[in-house]
Design a protein around this ligand. Structure first.
Ligand SMILES: CC(C)(COP(=O)(O)OP(=O)(O)OC[C@H]1O[C@@H](n2cnc3c(N)ncnc32)[C@H](O)[C@@H]1OP(=O)(O)O)[C@@H](O)C(=O)NCCC(=O)NCCSC(=O)C[C@H](O)C(=O)O
Ligand SMILES: [Mg+2]
Length: 282
């Protein structure tokens, strides 16, 4: 599993030069440079060239750089991949992945970068386990807009209609040790709604949230970072368990709750995440 933080993963349309420039100073853990749905068909080829130029210029620091290409069933998909062979990017994100075979096709065209998959179709949900098991696959991004469209579900604050799909992808991601990022929150001026959805995704086990506007960054960064109380508890659990172990015991008690080796593993994960976030901030 990656120790790199992915609390906030910001989409930026490859066609928007101003936003591409602005992203160099934003507090996103990762950026998805989008050539797919955020770019109009007439602007696709120019967006690809603009994005290539901006990535060549650099300046995105230690944010993960992920390029979302168009699907291979479009006129642009394979040329998108060709344009970024050898570029300074961390991953290529394929939209609407239905099967591991589609990742084989992508893998054959671009060496040396991680592959990520948009999980946003009914077939993708059903095949999540084989997709997560692909040897080059390192991350899932939930495409909850496309999923809602395909399932003909309504948007609800509790996201009940799409929970089945989200959970299938979570199980597959965790089983194969790949990162999983939650879908976007479309109402980008509704901070309370975004906070609630970030906390829901975090509690389910998502590693972070995809975002569409810079104003959403702080909310996601806070929700997906360990809180001071969580860090304090993790430190006390580790210390209490070490003390118990030294006395020949396998169980400690902290705040009236048992602490066993498995809780210590979780506690160490929390501290490692907090450390990675501190390092990311530089
Ligand atoms: C949603 C927007 C269209 C709003 O744009 P706009 O009205 O221009 O916003 P602001 O005027 O408030 O912008 C303020 C400044 O912030 C910069 N900006 C805006 N958005 C971004 C961004 N995403 N990244 C970086 N910088 C951004 C503006 O340039 C302004 O800067 P300045 O000039 O210095 O003041 C717009 O935010 C937008 O286009 N967002 C991205 C939309 C997108 O990427 N959609 C596709 C992904 S969603 C999806 O497809 C998920 C999935 O596939 C699914 O199925 O669910
Ligand atoms: Mg989509």
């Amino acid at each position: 599993m990656s120790t790199r933080p992915y609390r906030s993963v910001l989409y930026i349309p490859g066609s928007k030069e101003r936003a591409l420039e602005k992203a160099r100073s934003l507090s996103a853990d990762a950026i998805i440079f989008d050539l797919e749905d955020a770019v109009a068909p007439d602007a696709k080829i120019e967006a690809r060239a603009t994005l290539k130029d901006e990535l060549d210029k650099g300046g995105y620091g230690n944010r993960a750089k992920i390029v979302r290409i168009n699907g291979f069933d479009t006129a642009w998909g394979k040329d998108d991949v060709a344009a970024f062979v050898g570029a300074d990017i961390d991953a290529v994100l394929m939209p609407k992945v239905d099967s591991a075979a589609q990742l084989d096709e992508l893998a054959a065209l671009i060496p040396d970068v991680d592959l990520w998959a948009m999980m946003e179709t009914p077939l993708g949900m059903l095949n999540a386990a084989e997709i997560a098991a692909h040897p080059r696959l390192k991350g899932f991004v939930m495409g909850t807009n496309d999923l809602a469209k395909e399932l003909n579900t309504r948007f609800r604050a509790d996201r009940l209609p799409m929970m089945g799909g989200l959970h299938m992808c979570l199980l597959a991601a965790k089983a194969h040790g790949v990162v999983i990022i939650d879908g976007v929150y479309n109402a980008f001026k509704d901070n309370e709604g975004l906070k609630a959805e970030c906390e829901q995704g975090r509690d389910m086990g998502m590693d972070g949230k995809t975002l569409i506007h810079p104003a959403q960054l702080d909310i996601a960064n806070t929700a997906f970072a360990p809180s001071k109380d969580e860090i304090d508890l993790a430190q006390r659990q580790i210390a209490a368990f070490e003390k118990a172990k030294a006395s020949g015991l396998g169980v400690a008690v902290v705040d009236g709750k048992i602490v066993e080796n498995l809780h210590v593993v979780t506690a160490k994960g929390i501290l490692a995440k907090a450390d990675a976030i501190t390092k990311m901030a530089g």
